[in-house]
Design a protein around this ligand. Structure first.
Ligand SMILES: Nc1nc2c(ncn2[C@@H]2O[C@H](COP(=O)(O)OP(=O)(O)OP(=O)(O)O)[C@@H](O)[C@H]2O)c(=O)[nH]1
Ligand SMILES: [Mg+2]
Length: 394
């Protein structure tokens, strides 16, 4: 699972990325601080099943606090995009190729309006951040269009000469962008099967459809901590009622996580509160009070963990499934409920067996729903937070 963090320069992409992964990356208030992409592991938060079995898990990857399990997902933070990037403005859009394999994108915008279209600092609330949604989506469409157009004429000829199923050929051609046969088939329904008749406008519409299907995106309205910014959150929500928009203060999440790491306070990522456990300096106390009053009490969270969870479980519709065994939750390394896998909704017991190991898939005999203590077959549909044991013949 790979999630890309995109947006114009200086909106807080790297701050969001650092808050999610705790990787030490460069953050600064001038455009193009990030040029080379940063990649690191962040986490989605799920209700750990260990509580239901009255045990304490010891994850191989990620961690578990108070029966909240943090399951790894990979994040990539790239350079900022400016309007006209596809024509080479700013740093251009060549770096977008690093996002080819992303399952979904998080579009970070500076909802406080303190960064202009080129990513330069301006007075808070002096720039209208609503403009950013359209321009960024257009740049992403142009990125897809550029990829589609590469070798398009030759591709159209081959499809015609060899009489290929167009949706299969398209997904084959664009599999690098995670365009599956299903996605191509759904989109191609609205387009002529004869690719030779497609106009430039149709190609652009096609690029847009492919992009929205293969890289679903949510909007993170960052810097919501700046006074007056919440007004823009409401304006954004009413302009884009069908988009998922998460108010966020990446800097607050980072502050809380760093304070937790230094043992000044206890904070579980995504929670609506924290508990101070050490005496603080007056400035630190003031800063935390600000976060509590203006972010946690107002939005219920800082937005970072919320955004990752919504991407994986709502936008991508994934479920979390634990491998386990009837009466034996400990693996050969002594780890309890060592793993938790993220799978697309609609995955079957057999898909899960293959995810564990090809041998389990090939030699599948049956699976056991460990919570219900019943055997299930290959085609059994898995649910979020299932615990499944696979029985294989070898
Ligand atoms: N008030 C506030 N400032 C933030 C927040 N997130 C980031 N910033 C500030 O915004 C500036 C830019 O942050 P970065 O994370 O470097 O932004 P970026 O989008 O990665 O920028 P580029 O790499 O240049 O594209 C820095 O001064 C951050 O401290 C936030 O949640 N609230
Ligand atoms: Mg950056």
């Amino acid at each position: 699972m790979l999630i890309g963090v995109v947006g114009k320069p200086s909106v807080g992409k790297s701050t969001f990325f650092k808050a999610a992964t705790m990787m030490n990356v460069e953050i600064a208030n001038y455009p193009f601080t990030t040029i080379k992409p940063n990649r690191a592991v962040g986490f989605v938060k799920v209700n750990c099943v260990d509580q239901e079995f009255e045990i304490q898990c010891t994850p191989r990857e990620g961690y578990c606090v108070n029966h909240k399990r943090f399951v790894p997902v990979e994040l990539i933070d790239v350079a900022g995009l400016v309007p006209g990037a596809h024509e080479g403005k700013g740093k251009g859009n060549q770096f977008l190729d690093d996002l080819n394999q992303a399952h979904a994108l998080i579009h970070v915008i500076d909802i406080s309006g303190s960064v202009n279209e080129n990513g330069e600092s301006v007075e808070p609330l002096s720039y209208d951040p609503l403009y950013d949604v359209e321009f960024l989506e257009n740049e992403l469409d142009m990125w897809y269009l550029g990829i589609i157009k590469k070798g398009w004429a030759k591709f159209v000829r081959t499809c015609k000469v060899e009489n290929l199923e167009t949706y299969k050929a398209v997904s084959n051609q664009l599999s690098g962008l995670r365009v599956t046969e299903d996605i191509a088939k759904t989109i191609m329904k609205d387009f002529s099967k004869d690719l030779t008749t497609w106009s430039e406008a149709e190609l652009k519409r096609f690029a847009h459809e492919l992009r929205t299907f293969s890289k679903p995106m949510l909007i993170v309205a960052n810097k919501a901590d700046i006074p007056g910014a919440s007004k823009n959150v409401e304006r954004l929500k009413s302009k884009y009622p069908s988009s998922i928009i998460i108010p966020c203060s990446a800097i607050s999440e980072l502050t809380l996580k760093e304070a937790d790491k230094s043992r000044f306070l206890n904070y579980i990522p995504g929670d609506s509160s924290f508990e101070v456990v050490k005496e603080l300096l007056p400035d630190q106390e003031k800063g935390l009070e600000y976060i509590k009053k203006n972010i946690l009490d107002q939005f219920g969270h800082t937005g970072v963990q919320e955004a990752l969870n919504i991407v994986v479980f709502d936008l991508l519709d994934y479920i979390a499934v634990f491998p386990g065994g009837l009466g034996k939750m400990i693996d050969s390394n002594g780890r309890t409920l060592a793993d938790c896998f993220l799978l697309p909704c609609g995955s079957t017991a057999l898909d899960f067996a293959y995810k564990l190991h090809t041998d389990f898939g090939e030699n599948f005999v049956k699976a056991i729903d460990v919570k219900k203590r019943i055997p299930v077959g290959k085609e059994h549909l898995l649910k979020n937070l299932d615990v499944i044991e696979i029985k294989a013949s070898k």
